[in-house]
Design a protein around this ligand. Structure first.
Ligand SMILES: [Zn+2]
Length: 634
């Protein structure tokens, strides 16, 4: 019987290894861990330690170690399946039935197959639209009129859907094929008593293929030529296309995001294409919807800095307000979120044409930080000269402030809001969070325990380059050990850090890529659950090797392990500092190597010097350059 690995991980996220071992071994709390006499070898003083944080047991005497399943197998002599069933029964989880899992697997395979078929159909239509563009002087004239070069049209795969109700019939010999309707290319209309009508959704429009992050075509946006309505028409929601999650241009912009250091979120696909033409290839657009938290989360997988650009009118302001709500939960201290408001009569395209590229770049640097926009939104319509007005502002600010992740930004904002509404920091905090903070933390710890393995919606994994970057192995091992022990630290890292780790040479890089995926799909897990998920993974051996030393304790005079003296919170904090230290070293070495490369190429490649300068700036930002050297460069 094959039990899905995700079930086993979920199970291990819910059971407590301390409780499971405690059924067989008398355990005593010693610091952050529990200690007892090892059940696997004879001993008189305890060397057997069980870690609730790692969800793992380890004996310093005989070296036996494992998670809850491993303990039941080793100590109670159960088979793997018996152990899983035993654990599941104790916490009321249903082990998937023998016959259910092949069925589920077949269903999942069928779904994947269907999605692949749909993208094939859309890809084929896109090809046809591109061909039609070459033969349509008016569509070419439209793009040329917007200043687009042939190269940009090619990069974005722009096309033209010709006039006529059934142009696609020449591309797809079977126009009745249900896939054409399912992919949104063909509309099927049937009214009472009438014959069914089928016709192309996109007619006489310039076409913008929408691609997912893997580069597959998942839908289209079409703009009318001339005056027809609607001006913009998008593919409907299909099994492969969801407006609330996809961003136009993300695939095309993915490399530029890294070079530019930020993403510009605009209002439409014409903005994206025009910006690419004008030297800003780092733009994306939502597809006729407000920016959602899903959009923001997706963007933060590619960059640490998001700049929302909106038209200066009322609609732009409302869209900005929605984007703010979407961004708040992700505005950690290592990220930057800004709002750019152009003058009411301008969009980015027209602004750059009138004032130039530099002026627009300047607007981007001067864009309003999230903290200021939040305050502006909160105080809107509140007269701060009256107690009522101040109270009103406080109540406006509360839900937004609460949505922010914990960190320095959140604390500073509390002070700022407190001052504006004429209250002390503590008064405002008491008002907003009446529960005693200590009790709240304890409770949230418990809550995490029961819900930490969240099956989230599967996401398209970010495609990391299979890494070739070599760094001293000890350093990469160290980072792996800290992150496998404290997976929640992954949240605190920037996209730059994530990229750095994920693009290390195997086996380290693939391990971090896997960890990133686990984090997105299931949230944080203890080592005991991660270990199970790593079975047969190419980096399993690495993970086991580095984690073996994660249990090395301090020994007392008799050579017995001393109890862990730090609380879990203190341990996490220490681990965070440790990780930052390692990452700074890795970052420094990586920048150093890239700078050397750039210098070596500078003679033959004029862009290399620019690259060198950008790298130097980054190193300066990180405070990784001696002051003397900075001065000599400035
Ligand atoms: Zn032992």
């Amino acid at each position: 019987m094959a039990i899905p690995q995700s079930f086993i991980q979920e199970l291990l996220a819910r059971v407590d290894v301390v409780e499971v071992v405690g059924r067989y071994v008398q355990l005593k709390k010693g610091g952050a861990n529990f200690m007892g006499l090892c059940p696997f070898h004879g001993e008189k003083s305890p060397s057997f330690s069980v870690s609730p944080a790692k969800q793992f047991f380890h004996c310093f005497g005989c070296g036996k170690n494992g998670n809850a399943i491993g303990f039941l197998m080793e100590h109670a002599g159960m088979t793997f399946i018996e152990a899983v069933k035993d654990l599941a029964q104790n916490i009321g989880m249903q082990v998937p039935e023998d016959d259910a899992s092949p069925q589920d697997r077949a269903r999942a395979a069928e779904q994947r197959q269907k999605q692949a078929t749909l993208t094939d159909v859309l890809e084929k239509a896109g090809e046809a639209y591109r061909k039609h563009l070459r033969n349509s002087p008016k569509a070419i004239a439209y793009f040329k009129g917007r200043g687009l070069s042939g190269q940009i049209a090619k990069d974005f795969g722009l096309g033209y859907a010709p006039e006529g109700w059934r142009s696609l019939a020449s591309v797809f010999p079977d126009y009745q094929d249900p896939l054409l309707a399912e992919s949104g290319l063909v509309i099927v209309n049937q009214e009472d008593g009438e014959e069914e009508k089928r016709y192309d959704r996109f007619r006489d429009r310039v076409m913008f293929p929408i691609r997912n992050v893997k580069g597959e075509c998942i839908g289209f946006g079409g703009r009318v030529l001339g005056e027809g309505t609607p001006k913009y028409l998008n593919s409907p929601e299909t099994p492969v296309f969801s407006k609330g999650r996809e961003l136009y241009g993300l695939f095309e912009a993915r490399n530029a995001l890294r070079d530019a250091g930020y993403v510009l979120v605009t209002e439409g696909y014409m903005d994206v294409v025009a910006l690419a033409q004008l030297g800003f290839p780092n733009a994306v657009a939502t597809l006729g919807t407000a920016c959602t938290t899903d959009h923001v989360q997706k963007l933060f997988r590619f960059t640490d800095s998001v700049v929302f650009s909106f038209d200066g009118d009322g609609a732009g302001r409302r869209a900005a307000r929605k984007a703010l709500d979407g961004a708040l939960p992700y505005a950690t201290d290592v990220r930057s979120v800004k709002f750019l408001f152009l003058p009411a009569e301008h969009d980015p395209d027209s602004y750059i044409r009138e004032f130039g590229k530099e002026a627009f770049a300047h607007c981007v640097t001067e864009a309003m930080p999230l903290s200021r926009f939040l305050i502006e939104v909160a105080r809107e319509g509140c007269d701060l000269n009256t107690a009522e007005g101040r109270a009103h502002m406080a109540s406006n600010a509360k839900p937004m402030w609460m949505a922010l992740p914990d960190g320095a930004l959140k604390r500073q904002l509390l002070s700022e809001i407190a001052e504006l509404v004429d209250l002390g920091n503590h008064e405002l905090q008491d008002l907003w969070m009446p529960a005693a903070p200590a009790a709240a933390t304890a409770r949230s710890g418990e809550f995490k325990k029961s819900s930490k393995f969240k099956p989230r919606e599967p996401y398209a994994p970010k495609t990391y380059k299979r890494g070739t970057r070599l760094i001293p192995q000890g350093r990469a091992d160290h980072a792996a050990r800290v992150l496998l022990s404290h997976m929640d630290l992954w949240d605190d890292l920037s996209t730059e850090d994530h990229n750095l780790l994920c693009e290390l040479a195997p086996p380290h890089g693939p391990l971090f890529v896997w960890l990133d995926q686990q984090h997105h799909e299931h949230g944080n897990q203890a080592w005991g659950a991660l270990r199970e998920g790593l079975r047969e993974h190419e980096s399993e051996e690495l993970a086991l090797r580095v984690m073996a030393s994660a249990f090395t304790p301090l020994l007392d005079d008799e050579g017995k392990p001393m109890p862990e003296s730090l609380t879990p919170e203190q341990q996490r904090k220490e681990a965070g500092l440790e990780l930052r230290g390692i990452l700074n070293k890795i970052l420094f070495e990586s920048l150093d190597a890239q700078m050397k490369e750039a210098i070596a190429e500078a003679a033959a490649d004029p862009t290399a010097m620019q690259r060198y300068k950008a790298l130097f700036e980054r190193r300066k930002q990180l405070g990784l350059i001696p002051q003397k050297l900075v001065e000599s460069h400035d």
